[in-house]
Design a protein around this ligand. Structure first.
Ligand SMILES: *Cc1c(COP(=O)(O)O)cnc(C)c1O
Length: 223
């Protein structure tokens, strides 16, 4: 399938989800996840109008970044080993997978300026998923005060690959409610305005429940 056609369809779905939940279309950023595809295909996505790309592995990220550079904004969405942090700093615009203090410490140490980070939360409780438990998220964010170069711009979660709409909505609602709790704390380094949630399987629901960043791979560029 043509990426431009896929993007068209996805945008229409997002528009529909925005209408049914009284949201503005311009609140939503589509991150094209190119982890399954070639550099050529990633370039097609950019030509079709995608301005944000996401990669979940260091090798794939570095390889694509080298060719595409700042023709896109870059989101690192996968598990990041602390010792690899220095390789992404200066190249990524946001890290969506902050889930431990040692990683924050390393980001702080390697960057000369604040890095936009999303705290990854394991809302579904699946053992295979990374991320903090919802109830430990606020105290984790408080502990980051010592790291001047870590800025918490939002929360990220991955929902399970299921069709159960109510369960999916419930997961997205929990993340949205956690964001409200954190925003209510008025922490200077944690404005926490964004929600990175929703993938090919569930992005319409995620948008209806407040997503600001949706991460779409297979439905956009294929897998
Ligand atoms: C692969 C991946 C996605 C995109 O998944 P699709 O189902 O292909 O849309 C989104 N977020 C993360 C963290 C991923 O690893």
């Amino acid at each position: 399938m043509d990426v431009a056609e896929n993007l068209n369809r996805i945008r229409q779905n997002i528009e529909h989800a925005c209408k049914s939940s009284n949201r503005n279309l311009d609140e939503i950023t589509i991150i094209g996840v190119t982890k399954y595809v070639t550099i050529e295909r990633a370039k097609e996505a950019i030509e079709a109008g995608i301005t944000n790309l996401g990669e979940n592995r260091l090798e794939g990220f570095l390889e694509k970044h080298e060719y595409i550079q700042d023709s896109a904004s870059w989101h690192f969405i996968g598990t990041l080993q602390s010792r690899k942090v220095k390789e992404v700093i200066g190249k990524v615009d946001a890290i969506h997978s902050l889930d431990r203090k040692s990683l924050a410490r390393e980001i702080n140490k390697r960057s000369a300026k604040p890095v936009d980070c999303f705290v990854q939360v394991n809302v579904s409780g699946e053992e295979t998923k990374h991320g903090l438990q919802p109830e430990e998220t606020l105290s984790f964010i408080r502990e980051l005060e010592v790291y001047d170069n870590v800025r918490i711009v939002g929360l990220m979660t991955m929902a399970p690959h299921i069709e159960d709409e109510e369960r999916l909505r419930n997961i997205f609602r929990q993340l949205a409610s956690l964001r409200e709790d954190i925003q209510g704390e008025h922490i200077a380094y944690a404005p926490c305005e964004y929600l990175s949630m929703g993938m090919s399987n569930d992005y319409q629901l995620a948008v209806e429940e407040g997503a600001t960043h949706i991460r779409i791979g297979s439905d956009l560029v294929g897998s």
